[in-house]
Design a protein around this ligand. Sequence first.
Ligand SMILES: NC(=O)c1ccc[n+]([C@@H]2O[C@H](COP(=O)([O-])OP(=O)(O)OC[C@H]3O[C@@H](n4cnc5c(N)ncnc54)[C@H](OP(=O)(O)O)[C@@H]3O)[C@@H](O)[C@H]2O)c1
Length: 394
Amino acid sequence: MSGEDAATQQQQPQPEQEAQKPQDPPASPKAQGNTPTTEERTTISYRALVLTGYGGYDKIKLQVKTVPQPELKAGEVLVRVKACGLNFAELMGRQGLYDALPSPPVTMGMEGAGVVEAVADGVEDKKVSVGDRVIVLARSGVWQEVVVVPADRAIIMPDQMSFEEGAALPINYLTAYLMLFEMANIKPGKSVLIHMAAGGVGIAATQLCQTVQDVTIFGTASASKHETIAQGGVTHPIDYRTKDYVEEVRKISPQGVDIVLDPLGGSDTQKGYNLLKPMGSIIVFGAANGVTGQKRNLLALAKLWYHQLSLSSLKLMQANKSVGGFHLGYLKDEELITQTMVKLLEFYSQGKIKPKIDSCFHFEEVSVFSSEPTNHIRGICIIVFKLISPFVIK
Ligand SMILES: NC(=O)c1ccc[n+]([C@@H]2O[C@H](COP(=O)([O-])OP(=O)(O)OC[C@H]3O[C@@H](n4cnc5c(N)ncnc54)[C@H](OP(=O)(O)O)[C@@H]3O)[C@@H](O)[C@H]2O)c1
């Protein structure tokens, strides 16, 4: 949906009802050029998409927040957000299934892109300056017009990168890169099974696999998306809705695959483990099988838990296979994240990766989400062919 379409369906911002959460920006105007009026000097107003309670998309409200203007702490920067990304984690957070997200009322959003408006003391010289275009990363709170982050979490964007691309890159590509290169140690000639291959992480993983020679990619997705994922580099698209993907993989590669990226959980983890060749690795990084509609589904969660992979260390040893788990939200190695972002931006500048953006919405369009049918794509109900959908503030 284009930005121009937004006017017909706009939601009016609501005044803020609830107490401020800790991630609200402690903005300081000290590095801005204009002389503020008395009123401006004491408060700052900005729009935010706030999760007001667990449930469907109707729980996300556009609010205007007016907060005092505290000083930036040493080492922090204030960024005016131009676009921010929507991830599966927010979908889970909305349902109360993402424990790294503070409880509502809370502004969600872990990634975005914008322009630096203020830099506090203590930021390494020339690292980030006022006016720089940056990608921002945070544990939550980026779905708003201004954010404050440590300077390390504001990474300068390549000139040719749009704000939408900047907002669509970090979570998907960091996740895919760290799993493939740091955990599964992908090498030339290997084969990889990528589930949800048409999704944000799936597209990122497909592109990153192609930076390594002769990697064969099996990708599961709905049939309508096969042409796109094949063009994107998936060697063997598989329609998991009408076919047994295990059988389909074995028809082509009777020995199985070297790497399985498993965002599904439950019985699919066992299937993925069984599909591994000796010396192969499965990386479990999601539980999408537990998310089946707009609201929390206890039956699906119980099924997921009941069918989860259970192994003895002896069996694992005898199988010569590796099982890994990855969760970016719990990765505290800031240096690894920064180094990986640098690597990813190099890949972007070399034309090796490019975020594929499905749709952009204005903040005001959040009400569109709540009127969407829930059965589009197993509860991922915003966009039929969702890759990543930044909210674009204009
Ligand atoms: N651990 C981490 O740090 C981390 C970080 C990011 C994401 N994740 C996980 O990665 C997964 C994907 O996230 P995302 O943001 O890429 O999702 P997304 O962009 O919302 O994409 C979801 C896609 O998956 C497809 N899909 C749904 N169920 C499927 C299934 N059973 N098999 C194959 N495809 C299926 C959907 O379309 P079709 O069904 O029509 O093909 C849709 O295109 C989620 O489980 C998420 O929690 C984990």
